[in-house]
Every structure is written in C-alpha cells, then in structure tokens.
Design a protein around this ligand. Structure first.
Ligand code: E4P
Length: 217
C-alpha cells in the first residue's frame, strides 16, 4: 500500500519523508489556502518545493471547471515537474479532460469521488488515480469504506489499472480497513500515519525493558 500525505505544509511533508515511508503527496486548494499560499506564482513554486522534498507523486489540483481551462491549467502544472499528477474534479468536463491527459500520457488524479459510478467513469477515461473521499462520506452517515470495497470489486472485475487512492482519511483505522480491502494508496494527515505506530503495550513493554537493562548495565 502506498502512503501519501494530504497536506501542503512543508514541515509535515519533510517529517513524513524523513520517516522513510512516504510515497507521495496530495494537495487541494483548501490545503494550499491553509498554508497562506496566494497567487499563481507562489502556488506553482510551492508545488515545485513539495516535489523537491518527496520522491513520489504530487497531486496538484486545477481550479478551472471548463474543459479548455482544465487542459490549459493541467498542462502548465504537469510541465512544472515530472512528479506532478494533475488533479481533476469528477464533473462532466473533468471526464473529458482526464481522457485528454490520458491520451497525452499525462497522469491524473480524479478527485471528489463519492460513488462507484463516478469511479467507473474515471477509470474508463484513463485516470491514473481515483480519489474516493471516505471521511466526508462517513461525516454524512454513509459508509465510506463500503465505497472502497465496491470500487475494488469493479476495478478487479474488468482489470482497470486506475489506482484506488483512499482519500479524506481521518484516523488509523481508516488506513487499516483500506489496506484490508486492497486500496492501492491512502492519503491522510501525518497524525493518522503516526498513530499507526502507537500501542500502549509497546510503551509499557519498552519501559520495562529499559528498566531491566539497568540491572546489567
Ligand atoms: C484528497 O486528495 C483530498 O485532498 C483530501 O483527502 C480531502 O480530505 P478532507 O475531507 O479531510 O478535506
């Protein structure tokens, strides 16, 4: 399973990279705004800064909603760095843009996916990644993990190569359940990744070992 971090915060990206388990980064306009990045130049520079920290794919989202605008913006983003994956919203114009980029060999991440039908369309258009938002589904009393299961089944039925990127991860159990289902990638906050390492029996066990080690030191 690939681990992506879902943030535009450079310090957190560096911290995750230093753990040695980071495979990529996803961002979105809200995450960029949270870091106070404003204006086209600074936004593009920020994407390059992120690419220079991590080794893997970095999703950069278009903000146009018409086909021509998405194509223009996406080409500019893709030209920034080899690691950039153009993130396109799951709307009708977005499907056309994904197909265009797929034909040109430019990688895409279809975002804001909330149903199996949307994921199927993204795969048919040739998206590299499809991003079902499981946390946001859970927030409205809908089973986000069930959506990951449905998409896994559909993609396996037809051998679609589009990778399932479980997004909007809220906590470590989301990651574990997605891994059990077979999501190809998860993207979440650093806190959820770090929480995977935590267990009280590890802490008490280590404390005992260190205490006992003093007896023969
Ligand atoms: C995915 O690429 C999105 O950036 C993200 O996972 C959204 O998560 P949120 O629901 O926590 O905003």
């Amino acid at each position: 399973m690939k681990f992506f971090i879902d943030t535009a915060n450079l310090a957190q990206i560096k911290e995750a990279q230093e753990l040695g388990i980071l495979d990529g980064v996803t961002t979105n306009p809200s995450l960029m705004a949270k870091e106070g990045i404003k204006g086209k130049g600074p936004v593009l520079k920020h994407y390059v800064d992120i690419c220079n920290i991590v080794d893997g794919d970095v999703s950069a989202e278009v903000i146009s909603t018409d086909y021509e605008g998405m194509v223009k913006e996406g080409e500019e983003l893709a030209a920034l760095h080899d690691q950039i994956v153009v993130k396109i919203p799951m709307i009708k114009e977005g499907i056309k843009a994904i197909k265009y980029f797929s034909n040109k060999g430019i990688r895409t991440n279809c975002t804001l996916v909330f149903s199996a039908g949307q994921a199927l369309l993204a795969a048919k258009a040739g998206a590299t990644y499809v991003s079902p938002f499981i946390g946001r589904l859970d927030d409205v009393s809908t089973d986000g993990l069930a959506l990951i299961e449905d998409i896994r089944l559909i993609f396996d039925n037809y051998g679609y190569e589009t990778e399932i990127l479980a997004a909007s991860i809220r906590h470590p159990m989301h990651i574990i359940e997605c891994a059990k289902i077979g999501a190809d990638v998860m993207t979440g906050p650093l806190s959820a990744i770090i929480a995977l390492a935590k267990h009280p029996l590890t802490d008490t066990g280590l404390a005992t070992f260190l205490e006992d080690a003093k007896k023969f030191a």
